[in-house]
Design a protein around this ligand. Structure first.
Ligand code: SAM
Length: 241
């Protein structure tokens, strides 16, 4: 109990202090997540709502090769549960060493799971995957266009890109997309930007532009430490055009 409260305070302190402004992107991620790594999963469980929804909606082909870019602690393995053993291979890729240390512990005992310390915009798979997952990673990747383009380019024929993340709409979104009010559009990028998380009105339209959409959901979820407040997120699954 005392350890849980200590973890909570440590994470809250890191979030309030924000992501360090100096150093390389990898260095800033290490310094931001290092003190939070042990408590990461527990403290994000009630914030990253789209993650479970995305995995529930994923129709994995038998013997699938799955790649997660920006995989963090590898919590995807827990969400997939028994489906991990049915996959041919799962690659967990991230640039943050402290989070990957947790992912390596999770991957132990799963011979088909591989953990790679690499930039999501450049990492190359050994074979073309059937599914690439980006779960709450696009908002943290500075060159997010490159991350989407790279993910789509590596997919095997018929493969799918599966994305969940925080979201704000454009002021004038395309037909079929939700429109958020001015407060929502400005508040969330400012709130999360302090921690290096950048909800962007162009993420979802760009995904829809590059892919044939299979699933597109826009929802809102609760935020720990902000009672009554609900943050927009989306879940998107598509095939490259
Ligand atoms: C909010 S966390 C999400 C982690 C995990 N996917 C989840 O759903 O819990 C964002 C992750 O993106 C990673 N990340 C940010 N920029 C990256 C990059 N250029 N290449 C690889 N990973 C990156 C961070 O280190 C972090 O683990």
């Amino acid at each position: 109990m005392i350890e849980t409260v200590r973890d909570e305070v440590r994470v809250l302190w890191r979030l309030l202090a924000g992501q360090p402004r100096r150093g390389t992107h990898a260095h800033r991620l290490d310094r931001f997540y290092g003190p939070q790594a042990a408590a990461y999963d527990r403290t994000r469980e009630h914030l990253l709502h789209g993650k479970r929804l995305l995995v529930d909606l994923l129709d994995l082909p038998p013997d699938a090769h799955v790649v997660e870019l920006g995989a963090g602690t590898g919590a995807l393995l827990d969400l997939l549960g028994p489906r991990v053993a049915q996959c041919r291979r799962i690659d967990l890729v991230d640039l943050c060493e402290p989070l990957l240390a947790v992912a390596r512990q999770r991957a132990a005992g799963h011979p088909g799971v591989h953990v790679a310390h690499a930039d999501a915009t450049r990492w190359q798979p050994d074979a073309r995957p059937d599914v690439v997952v980006l779960s709450y990673a696009l908002t943290m990747i500075p060159d997010w266009y490159a991350a989407i383009d790279h993910a789509l380019a590596m997919l095997a024929p018929g493969g799918v890109l599966a994305v969940a993340d925080f979201h704000v709409s454009r002021r004038d979104p395309p037909p079929g997309f939700e429109r958020h009010g001015a407060f929502t559009r400005h508040f969330w990028p400012m709130w999360f930007g302090h921690d290096g998380v950048r909800p962007n009105p162009d993420h979802l339209p760009y995904l829809a532009h590059r892919c044939r959409t299979l699933v597109q959901l826009e929802r809102r979820g609760s935020v720990p430490w902000l009672p009554g407040v609900r943050v927009p997120f989306y879940v998107f699954i598509g095939r490259p055009r």
